[in-house]
Ligand binder design. Structure first.
Ligand SMILES: NC(=O)c1ccc[n+]([C@@H]2O[C@H](COP(=O)([O-])OP(=O)(O)OC[C@H]3O[C@@H](n4cnc5c(N)ncnc54)[C@H](O)[C@@H]3O)[C@@H](O)[C@H]2O)c1
Ligand SMILES: [Zn+2]
Length: 502
């Protein structure tokens, strides 16, 4: 399959390594193994390529020009369409191809005590582009955070007074309920828009949100649609929001009972991850947010997983230093995926960051949110790890390692709703696969594990293997409960090792 040089260079720009980075050029030594993927959806619009799938290949580079063999191999694998753009022969109208490219760049600052007057970080992110200006701000604050940190409102006012040359608060701090309640309230978006309007927030002013993922989502949405988008700064206050959602590019509110049905892709102006908010967070919330860190380690970063295993006692005790290290690493892995994964606004069918999530989304609903998102994700991670082993993708024993880490972090990796069935005896959780596909809007794409630190995409799941993975979780849970009930002096960790060694 001979390719013209110009066409080969076009293909080359579409070839990415497993981290989603475009290879910079002829950098491979002959005979080197590399993981590659083509993000076909990248040229969907231009080339009418309908399959929209990521194809991954593990390919040994050949002698001579290593690119040539790779390009030909991947072209064959993916049956790449011809790259010449021609209008369909049946076209009646004149066809113009419009290209619009928009770059986003925003700082994510990890700090402590951001509203200590001596801390310059917040002032710096506000003044980034117009250092001489006095910036106008509206501030939205999660009531749950204000309650847990009684001095916060006064501290923010003191900060604003001290830095008055650089910033001016317009109106009062807008207090709003935290948690899912705020995303469920149809009147809230209206109130947020009203607040932005009363404060005359324009496209050069700032909307600042301080709160958990739910408050950031709701304020982020209102800020993205007001004036078609005003500058928005996030202060995430939970582990989940700091290590995952708050550094992302999405926002949403729930509508007519459907989660995240209305929202936008709108990168923030800046994100400030303040460790002092994590200190005051309830343990259950701290743990829940760690599920996303384990998830991203499993699909992207073996060394990060090893680090968490090594630091388990400190991490399970939520030691502030190690917790913040894990948050920062998880945040940067999530950011890397969004920036380099080739699909920041999720137009394709793949959701590489949603490993374990098809189970999680379904379990959250089946338990009527008795399980939080992170708790459900932890079960999903363990279930899909076992599934990956059963499907022959992940080496045997790695599932037990993942189970051990999650259990020792304090996650309960079992919920009876995993066994709930419909009238025909089908497991309800399996419907999660269908719903996940509908959510993606294309073909089913599930991320599984090829190794700890390396995700792999599949397009179908075997119901029997899912059942077997559920059985495995149930048996381990029962064994663990039995060992714990015997009440000997040994720690739960060593009992778990006994269980998992059986
Ligand atoms: N936009 C995205 O990409 C994205 C991704 C994942 C999740 N989410 C959304 O995030 C939401 C979940 O967010 P979350 O897990 O951060 O929790 P949350 O926002 O639901 O908050 C949970 C509770 O903790 C309180 N709280 C927040 N910070 C606190 C603190 N420091 N101390 C004490 N209490 C505090 C809140 O008031 C609330 O009562 C969901 O709505 C989910 O859909 C969004
Ligand atoms: Zn998640």
């Amino acid at each position: 399959m001979a390719r013209q040089p110009d066409r080969a260079s076009n293909y080359r720009s579409l070839i990415k390594n497993s981290d989603g980075e475009v290879f910079p050029g002829h950098t491979f030594s002959s005979g080197q193994f590399i993981n590659l993927q083509i993000n076909a959806y990248q040229f969907y619009n231009h080339f009418q390529y309908r399959a929209q799938r990521n194809v991954q290949a593990r390919q040994k580079t050949g002698n001579g020009d290593p690119w040539r063999g790779l390009i030909v191999k991947l072209a064959e694998l993916n049956r790449l369409p011809d790259l010449d753009v021609t209008a369909p022969a049946t076209l009646r109208g004149a066809w113009q191809q419009q290209h619009v490219r928009v770059d986003y760049s925003f700082p994510v600052v990890s700090t402590r005590d951001a509203f200590d007057i001596a801390n310059p970080d917040f002032r710096a992110v506000l003044s980034l582009r117009e250092p001489q200006r006095r910036h106008r701000l509206a501030i939205f604050l999660d009531e749950g955070v204000a309650k847990a940190m009684p001095g916060l409102v006064e501290q923010i006012h003191a900060y604003l007074r001290f830095h008055h040359e650089a910033m001016e608060l317009i109106g009062d701090i807008f207090m709003m309920p935290g948690g899912e309640a705020c995303k469920n309230d149809p009147a809230l978006v209206e109130r947020l828009l009203q607040a932005l309007s009363e404060r005359a927030i324009d496209r050069h002013s700032y909307s600042v949100a301080i709160g958990g993922g739910a408050v950031l989502d709701a304020v982020g949405y209102a800020s993205a649609i007001f004036h078609r988008g005003v500058r928005h700064i996030r202060f995430p206050t939970t582990v989940l929001a700091q290590d995952d959602s708050g550094v992302g590019v999405k926002n949403a509110v729930n509508w007519q009972g459907q989660k995240n049905l209305i929202g936008t892709f709108a990168p923030p102006w800046a994100v400030v991850n303040d460790a002092c908010f994590i200190d005051i967070l309830p343990v259950r919330e701290k743990r829940a947010g760690l599920a996303e860190a384990v998830k991203v380690a499993l699909i992207r970063d073996h060394a990060f997983f090893l680090m968490m295993e090594k630091q388990l006692p400190a991490l399970a005790a939520f030691d502030s230093h190690i917790l913040n290290t894990v948050i920062a690493r998880s945040a940067s892995l999530h950011m890397h995926q969004i920036a380099h994964g080739g699909d920041p606004f999720e137009s394709g069918s793949a959701r590489p960051l949603d490993y374990g999530h098809w189970v999680a989304h379904k379990l959250e609903r089946l338990t009527v949110h008795a399980l939080s998102h992170g708790e459900a994700v932890a079960i999903g991670l363990a279930l899909d790890a076992r599934y990956s082993c059963l499907a022959g993708l992940l080496p045997a024993g790695e599932d037990a390692r993942i189970y051990r880490l999650l259990t020792q972090l304090g996650f309960d990796l079992w919920h009876p709703q995993l066994l709930a069935q419909d009238g025909q005896g089908e497991l309800l959780v399996l419907q999660g696969l269908k719903e996940f596909r509908e959510h993606l809007g294309g073909e089913l794409t599930i991320t599984l594990l090829a190794a700890i630190g390396s995700g792999v995409e599949v397009h179908e799941m075997d119901a029997e293997l899912v059942r077997a993975a559920i059985d495995w979780l149930q048996n381990l849970h029962a064994d663990l409960a039995a060992h714990l009930a015997t009440g000997s002096a040994s720690s739960s960790a060593s009992k778990l090792q006994t269980v998992l060694a059986v």
